[in-house]
Write a protein that binds this ligand. Sequence first.
Ligand code: SF4
Ligand code: SF4
Length: 256
Amino acid sequence: MKIDETKCTGCGTCVPYCPAEAISLAGRKGPQPAGGRKKQNQVAVIDFDECAECGVCLRSANCPADAIYQQELVYPRSIRSLMSDVLTIAPESQISGRGTEEMKTNEVTGRFPRGVAGLAIEVGRPITGTRLRDVEKIAMAVAALNVEFEKINPTTSMMSDIKTGKFKDELLNEKVLSAIIEFCVRVEQLPELFGILKTVEKQIDSVFSLDVACRLNPDGSNPTQSYIASAGLWVAPNGKTNVGLGRPLIQEGLSK
Ligand code: SF4
Ligand code: SF4
C-alpha cells in the first residue's frame, strides 16, 4: 500500500487502523497538499517492508484526502495480500482466508478419519505478523515426521519441496499477518510433534497457535486430549457437529 504525500494532510486517521503498525506520521519534507488552507507539518508514511498488504487502511480508514492507494502488486509481494487480506480468494482453496474449509468441517473428503489428527499451525497474528522464513522453519521441522502437507492450502503452494517443507527462496522475506500450515498425523505421533514444535518455537521471531482436529471416539471422548494434557498444553475446546447437511463423509474404512 502507498500514500500519496501530495494529497495527505497528516490528519493521522489511518495510523491506528494498520494491524502491522506500518503507518506513522513524519515531518513533511515535500510540498504541501494541494488546496490546503493551513500549513500541514506532518505526513503519513508507510513502512513498505513492514506493510503486509492487508488492505485495511484503504478500506477502513476512510481517508478524507483520498491519499491511500493500492500500487500494483507483483509476485512475490502479491503473496502478502493473498495471506493478509481477508477479501483475497486463494486459488488453491477457492476461499478467502489462509486455511481450508475442510479443516473445519471434515465433511467432504473425511480428511480426518478415526486415529488421525488434523493439524493447523497458525503462524503470526495481527501486530506481530510473520516473515515466511519463520513459517518455513516450522514446516521444515514438522516435515521430519514425514507428514503430507495439505495440497489445497495456500501455504503449501509456497513450498518448493512439499516433502521437506522448503519454501521458494524468493518468498522467504515476505511479511504476512499470518499463515497456516496444514497436515495430518496419526494420533500417537502427537507427543513427538509437540516436542518438535516446542523446540522450533525458540527459533522463530513470531508466535503460533496449534489447532488439533479429530473425530471423537464413539463414546464421545476426545482421542487427542490425553496427549495434549501430557504435553502441558493449554486447550480451548471448540466443537462442531455435522448432521449431514453437506455432502456425506467418505465412508469409514474407505478413507486412509
Ligand atoms: S487518513 Fe489520509 S490524509 Fe489522514 S494521515 Fe492518513 S493518508 Fe494522510
Ligand atoms: S495495507 Fe495493511 S499493513 Fe499495509 S499499511 Fe495498510 S493497513 Fe498497514
